[in-house]
Design a protein around this ligand. Structure first.
Ligand code: NOJ
Ligand code: CA
Length: 567
């Protein structure tokens, strides 16, 4: 079925009526065939530096992650994704890799890694490795060799160009972190290319030797228990070989996702190779892609024309939203559910690069209630959901005042404007949040005194309990686990409504009030009569009352309602 056909079916209101309770466009197949765990998984992102310190040096480590596996199992996650723990000068906190097959001493050893994956497997948790494939550190031996002379065999493993006729950079392109993408090398009188920091030279994927070495890295981690990879910065693997100047460079427009620096077709061939590598590995390994796109049509392409590239491209069209606006979400959700040919969308809000959703969507008054709206949405949609450590207890960004006077100290080389979302996990209410017995590398938020795992884990009304219940429902409720997506109209511009329906016509209706006022609604899109046997599965604020003829929601209210269709 083509994308345009799907969108026509999906977006016509009369088509909704005709299709309700039958599998709907874009979701004709159940979300998961029980062979492919990743199609409806919950993947929990861990920033290892900030999760749990096991040896008192103030830096989280692999053994710390292992210590917390029981917690993650109880929460109910299917997999964890660890951001880089490889040897690195930390110019970009591990995203400048100096050894792709090593563990940085501050995070532990290979033995610690092997133990982590073994212990995770025992608990039914898979582990994904962050593969930084677009660039290495300038301290990687490959780059040191490459820059040593123009004739070094590894010269072509990176992207080197002669200066422009005036001696300046080969093009006027700007890097994502600011400044030119070109760095002059005095010794060899050429420039090397970097879409991120100068300390992160782009590798040259056109070079067969580099390609082989990178594929070997993947095989190494798969042999060492990884269940796949989170692929960093996938749009940027190739550049336009004509090296055109950018006429808009001075306009202040963003420099990411330009036609000359991203999305070149040669990159698709690399991703197909990578997919073959993970497909050959035992255990249904997967590629989760940091694959931002400007449109849903471009996102569809990232899965591969034959769905043979990235299994799970992260949906940044959803993940980059920071304003709770029902029509915007309705569109993004419908697009993701119905314009991706039934492939699993990947929903998330928070990450080590994004402000935490408790903060970004919060209005300063209703943040907890709003966090329940955003999490209920992410976790009840058909597809895969990413959680970011601490999200499940309603962790906020570290306030600027708490960061301001914090000395960088010997453990850190540079401050980063993403520090606020990377503060240590809040396990307990003591001064170090249960994160470390030493001095933490980043401050533990003062909010840890009240917002922490220990306080929430036994409280049935806590944010932790909310998330744990949502995860449990995803596993145990057939409609939420495998069901088709049914777009509904709420009849109210502040309310998002949809349903998930299993093969027997049992379903879950999801109602989300995105406003600070109570809202009443009138749902359309059902086929025939409304279901009569509705009961509340989960609600915020808690209630067991539901009247499907005239539903009502509290400010920032959420209702998950179980029903059986009447055919
Ligand atoms: C995306 C990563 O998520 C981000 O943290 C990093 O700075 C860039 N890629 C460069 O690797
Ligand atoms: Ca440590």
């Amino acid at each position: 079925m083509t994308i345009s056909r799907l969108s026509r079916i999906a977006l016509g209101a009369s088509a909704f009526a005709a299709l309700a309770f039958a599998p709907v466009a874009g979701s004709a197949k159940p979300a998961r065939d029980h062979q492919s765990w990743w199609k409806s998984a919950v993947i929990y992102e861990i920033y290892p530096r900030s999760f749990q310190d096991s040896n008192g040096d103030g830096i989280g480590d692999l053994n710390g992650v292992t210590q917390r596996l029981d917690y993650l199992q109880k929460l109910g996650v299917d997999a964890i994704w660890l951001t880089p723990f490889f040897p690195s000068p930390n110019a970009d906190f591990g995203y400048d890799v100096a050894d792709y097959t090593g563990v940085a001493p501050e995070y532990g050893t290979m033995q610690d890694w092997d133990r982590l994956t073994r212990e995770a497997r025992k608990r039914g948790i898979r582990v994904l490795v962050d593969f930084v494939l677009n660039h290495s550190s300038d301290q990687h031996p490959w780059f040191k060799e490459s820059r040593s002379s123009r004739t070094n065999p590894k010269r072509d493993w990176y992207v080197w160009r002669d200066p422009a006729p005036d001696g300046g950079p080969p093009t006027n392109w700007q890097s994502i972190f600011g400044g030119s993408t070109w760095e002059y090398d005095k010794a060899t009188h050429q420039y090397y290319y970097h879409i991120f920091l100068p300390q992160q030279p782009d590798v040259n994927w056109a070079n067969p030797g580099l390609k082989r070495a990178m594929y070997d890295v993947m095989r190494f981690w798969l042999r060492h228990g990884a269940s796949g990879f989170r692929l960093d910065a996938t749009p940027y693997l190739f550049e336009d070989p004509n090296w055109p100047n950018d006429p808009e460079v001075k306009s202040g427009r963003p420099v990411w996702l330009k036609p000359y620096n991203s999305g070149l077709p040669a990159g698709n061939a690399i991703l197909r190779d990578m997919r073959r590598i993970v497909d050959k590995a035992p255990g249904d390994a997967v590629l989760l892609g940091e694959s931002s796109t400007a449109t849903i049509e471009d996102l569809r392409k990232v899965y591969g024309a034959k769905s043979d590239e990235i299994n799970l491209p992260m949906n940044f069209l959803y993940g980059n939203l920071t304003k709770l606006d029902a029509p915007t979400f309705k569109k993004q959700i419908d697009d993701a559910q119905m314009k991706l040919d039934g492939l699993p969308p990947v929903f998330f809000f928070s990450s080590h690069d994004h402000s935490r959703q408790w903060t970004s969507f919060g209005d300063g008054v209703h943040n907890d209630a709003i966090a329940r709206v955003t999490s209920a949405m992410t976790l009840t949609l058909r597809g895969t959901a990413l959680l970011y450590y601490g999200e499940e207890i309603g962790m906020a960004d570290l306030p600027k005042e708490e960061l301001q006077h914090f000395p960088l100290g010997p453990k850190r080389k540079v401050a980063d404007n993403r520090d606020p979302e990377r503060s240590p996990m809040q396990w307990t209410g003591d001064a170090s949040g249960g994160f470390t017995t030493g001095a933490p590398w980043l401050p533990v938020a003062s909010a840890a005194r009240t917002v922490n795992v220990a306080a929430q884990i036994r409280d049935p009304a806590s944010m932790y309990a909310w998330y744990a219940r949502l995860l449990q429902l995803r596993r145990t409720n057939a409609a939420l686990r495998d069901g088709a997506y049914l777009p509904l109209e709420s009849g109210n511009p502040d309310v998002v409504a949809y349903a998930r329906i299993d093969a027997e016509g049992r379903g879950v209706l999801v109602l989300l009030n995105m406003s600070a006022a109570p809202q009443s609604l009138s749902i359309s899109g059902w086929r025939g009569r409304l279901p009569q046997d509705a009961s509340v599965l989960l609600a915020s604020p808690a209630t067991d009352k539901i009247d499907l003829q005239a539903p009502a929601l509290e400010p920032y209210g959420v209702q998950l309602v179980q029903f059986t269709s009447r055919r």
